[in-house]
Design a binder for this molecule. Structure first.
Ligand code: DCP
Ligand code: MG
Length: 429
């Protein structure tokens, strides 16, 4: 995964492939999943709704119900005017009817968990932003030439295995991917390659951009800015003086730029750095040299924050998208640059002679010396356990190789010896 969670300068947009997955009319789709006779019919899911009652608000409506003006946040009473209850519609009613169901969060969360397991299996970094929505960084898994097939099979898989439809947008960053997934809902699949971004965004109304709500959109219109294209060519200083830092962000989004890495939401606990070769190489000395540089970068940042780490790992990407991760856990937290270097080189050994296009180094299981505090934005998130990047194991199913074969010892005092603990395949985000 490029850029995601990495402490160095943000990777340029062109180097990333980001998916935004957003389920279609999610709660309604879940209701249809357990009640298939509702498929193709107007379904309204009400928050605070009880069968037969007019109270509550619409949480979501199926696209068939939306055609009749029913939408999220509307009072159920209003929805009932557009779509009378199917069960009690008068016999002489020949218009459309609606199937109303109360919200059942526990069930929707179950479905969401199943979807999440699939998403974590196909991406190197996943940012779950809501019950039905996530960003995926798949840079190391797929190139632009085949991402449409990749995204399409992901959609199919979710539909077949879980039984709910998704829309997927693909772009060089989160902001573009999000606009792309919204663009052709429901059942959409929109791929916006880096070279097409500006052209794709330009005609869209400003409110379709990530970060532009109705109030900002109104203000922008007052400034003569109606489309993303207008916003892209607007004066940045004027936007910043009007909207503060957010003015710069929406200007960036209108220009198709968004440097935010795809990183998990939640408490960050690891630090990593990665780097790609201009041309893949099988020169092992070049690989080692690059790994040592990355190790230095990572160590420097841990030192500046008085951080200790318990796990040291590398990532080796073979062309085109063969991601290999190895890590070793120490018996206790350390801060030891030499140890990082030796573990990294040790882990790299098995790749001698292999052709490599990208490398990464990560320390994780961080703890901080007393009295120091890590600024949150400096840290990447970390998932518990981790996914076997190579085989798509579920989260939490990190697969252990067991103790290193060349060293059965486990109880040693020196960190270098302690480092010879377990090597594990991990999801390296
Ligand atoms: N939701 C809610 N109240 C809202 C908006 C949404 O309770 N005002 C719930 C119901 C949705 C779920 O969150 O099913 C996901 O929100 P989305 O905005 O993704 O809406 P949908 O998935 O329903 O529809 P879409 O196909 O537009 O994504
Ligand atoms: Mg949705």
């Amino acid at each position: 995964m490029s850029g995601a969670g990495f402490a160095g300068p943000p990777t340029s947009d062109e180097e990333r492939v980001v998916l935004h997955v957003d389920m279609d009319c999610f709660y309604a789709a879940c209701e249809r999943r357990r009640e298939p006779t509702l498929r193709g019919k107007p379904v309204v899911v009400g928050m605070g709704y009880e069968a037969g009652e007019p109270h509550g608000a619409v949480a979501t409506a199926s696209y068939e119900a939306r055609e009749h003006g029913v939408e999220s946040a509307q009072p159920i009473s209003q929805a009932l005017e557009a779509l009378p209850r199917a069960e009690t519609a008068p016999d002489d009613h020949d218009g459309p009817v609606g199937h109303y169901r109360p919200v059942d969060m526990a069930y929707y969360r179950e479905v969401s968990d199943e979807i999440r397991a699939i998403l974590h299996g196909v991406a190197d970094a996943v940012r779950e932003v809501s019950i039905d929505e996530a960003y995926l960084d798949v840079t190391d898994r797929v190139g632009w030439h085949s991402v449409e097939v990749f995204a399409s099979s992901l959609k199919e898989r979710i539909d077949e295995e879980i039984g709910v439809p998704a829309s997927v947008g693909v772009g060089p960053n989160m902001s573009v991917a999000k606009v792309a997934s919204d663009y052709d809902k429901p059942d959409g699949l929109v791929v916006v390659e880096p070279a097409e971004v500006r052209e794709f965004l330009a005609p869209l109304p400003v409110e379709e951009l990530h970060g532009v709500g109705p109030v900002t959109a109104r203000e922008l219109r007052g400034m003569g800015v109606g489309t993303a294209g207008d916003l892209a060519s607007a004066d940045r200083d004027a936007l910043v003086s009007r909207f503060g830092a957010r003015g710069g962000t929406i200007h960036d989004h209108a220009r198709g730029r968004d440097p935010r890495p795809v990183e998990p939401v939640g408490k960050p606990k690891s630090l990593s750095s990665e780097s790609a070769f201009t041309e893949p190489t099988d020169a092992f000395d070049a690989v080692c040299e690059r790994l040592l540089r990355l190790a230095d970068e990572v160590v420097e940042r841990t030192e500046s924050r008085d951080a200790l780490y318990k796990t040291i790992g590398i990532k080796v990407v073979r062309p085109p998208f063969d991601v290999n991760t190895r890590e070793r856990s120490l018996s206790g937290p350390v801060a030891d640059a030499d140890l990082v270097e030796s573990v990294v080189l040790d882990l790299a050994e098995e790749f001698e002679g292999e052709t490599v296009r990208k490398l990464g180094v990560r320390v994780s299981n961080l703890t901080f010396a007393e009295g120091t505090q890590a600024p949150l934005d400096e840290w990447e998130g970390e998932r518990e356990g981790g996914v076997g990047a190579e085989d798509g194991l579920d989260e939490g199913e990190a697969r252990s190789e067991g103790p290193d074969r060349d060293d059965g010892r486990s109880e040693h005092d020196r960190p270098a010896d302690r480092a010879r603990g377990q090597t594990t395949f991990v999801d390296f985000t």
